[in-house]
Design a protein around this ligand. Structure first.
Ligand code: 5GP
Ligand code: MG
Length: 183
């Protein structure tokens, strides 16, 4: 027997109209980021691209397809926001990558860096698992936190607004948008 489920209540307008980065702008920036990453590593570095789910899934998919160098891909699931628009300040690891980090050059792919709390937790975790190097590539950077782990590759300096789309959600809605909007 299948259980009947109501869709979740939605308070936000659909689709959101306050576009911050349109699809073409994002695509051009992702190609430029991929070129920067290609230039920063040698093919022998056997780069392991680790995406932080869920927010990075679209960005990572576009980014790795724009790279010329061979890479491997894995994921981590962490959560710090729940359904709220402000960080809870606590990071919970919900799924750990299966790949061995031992001796690997890791490129951690984030959707957006806000307070830096997530990186403060995840970067030492990866180094503790034996990664040789951990660099961070984030599509968006709010530059609020002054994190000890500054991203080396940054797509856009983002406004201090709550952004959705291109993988970013509010309470799991809006990830599918091909552009980034503010709520
Ligand atoms: P931090 O740990 O740096 O405070 O926050 C990083 C995480 O918070 C991001 O990976 C993302 O999941 C979430 N986050 C921060 N700012 C925003 C935002 O403007 N929109 C959305 N959708 N998520 C955000
Ligand atoms: Mg995230």
């Amino acid at each position: 027997m299948t259980e009947r489920r109501e869709p979740p209540a939605r308070n936000d307008a659909w689709p959101p109209s306050a576009v911050i980065y349109d699809a073409e702008t994002i695509a051009a920036r992702v190609r430029a980021l991929a070129a920067e990453i290609d230039a920063a590593y040698e093919a022998e570095d056997r780069l392991l691209v680790v995406g932080l789910l869920k927010g990075s899934f679209i960005f990572l998919a576009d980014l790795v397809r724009a790279l010329s160098m061979p890479v491997q891909v894995d994921f981590l699931v962490v959560s710090s926001y729940g359904d709220a628009k402000v960080s809870s300040g606590r990071v919970r690891l919900e799924y750990a990558a299966r790949s061995s980090m031992e001796g690997r050059n890791v490129l951690l792919v984030e959707d957006i860096v806000d307070s830096g709390t997530t990186l403060e937790d995840v970067v030492p975790r990866l180094l503790g698992l034996g990664a040789r190097s951990v660099e961070i590539c984030t599509l968006l950077h709010k530059r609020l936190g002054g994190s000890r782990h500054e991203p080396r590759f940054v797509g856009f300096d983002a406004p201090n607004a709550f952004l959705v789309g291109y993988g970013l959600d509010h309470a799991e809605d809006f990830r599918q948008l091909p552009y980034i909007a503010s709520l």
